[in-house]
Design a protein around this ligand. Sequence first.
Ligand SMILES: CC(C)(COP(=O)(O)OP(=O)(O)OC[C@H]1O[C@@H](n2cnc3c(N)ncnc32)[C@H](O)[C@@H]1OP(=O)(O)O)[C@@H](O)C(=O)NCCC(=O)NCCS
Length: 239
Amino acid sequence: MPSETSLRPRSVQLRWMRMVDVEALRLEQWFALLDPSEQARAMRFRNRADQAAYVAAHALLRHMLSEALGGDPRAWAFETGPFGKPALAASHLRLRPHFNISHTRRLVACAIAGVPVGVDVEAGDGEPSSAIAERFAPGERAMLGRAAGDGYRAMFFRLWTLKEAYFKATGEGLSGRLDRPAFQIASRKALFERPEDAGPWQIFEFAPGEAHRLALVVQRRGNTPVSVVAAATDPAGLC
Ligand SMILES: CC(C)(COP(=O)(O)OP(=O)(O)OC[C@H]1O[C@@H](n2cnc3c(N)ncnc32)[C@H](O)[C@@H]1OP(=O)(O)O)[C@@H](O)C(=O)NCCC(=O)NCCS
């Protein structure tokens, strides 16, 4: 394994992979890249599409790490933080790169960076959860209240992916409150409702196909904005 990360702190690599035809995917090859604990988790999925998404997301992560840092995709070892956020095992690198993965129906995504990062994908065509929406901030609930039908659904999933990506970037996960930070969606752009909540965090949104939504939250170092190199990955090219 290499001795040090080549990832630059102001750049994030983001990839997503659409999982249209599960039968045609290279699941066996990808499964072989995983370590025994990942393989055991993969085997516990009852739903084949969920299992495929899990395997694909973990294979994509291993590929991206090897692409950026060198080494065999099978050799990466991981450990988990206090709220379950996975990180590279300490034995790997002096400067450990940050990463995060997300998987949902028909889409997986992975981001790697020299700074903390969180990514979330949602299918976007499901039923918005009123139990979750009730826990959003007053301004967010007001925005949802002004939207109707498909507009409501789109707004809900944008807010939800932003919150998940934020709490995945900080590593807290969804164990706490959902009303801070609050986001404001003004036409095409999403912002932190209160500028003081932004802190070092920069947000990005993508629409990677069908109704899917993807949000990315990245920690900025200093005043220079982070840039994102985003691309779709063809499942046929990941083997
Ligand atoms: C971590 C969490 C945000 C994941 O959200 P999700 O939409 O279900 O799943 P995603 O596909 O986007 O992300 C899953 C990946 O996030 C990563 N992850 C797990 N815990 C994490 C954390 N605390 N911070 C950042 N990333 C985390 C893992 O790589 C995981 O992949 P894996 O399950 O294949 O190993 C969410 O499950 C969580 O917070 N769970 C703990 C608390 C909880 O269950 N609260 C329920 C009340 S709403």
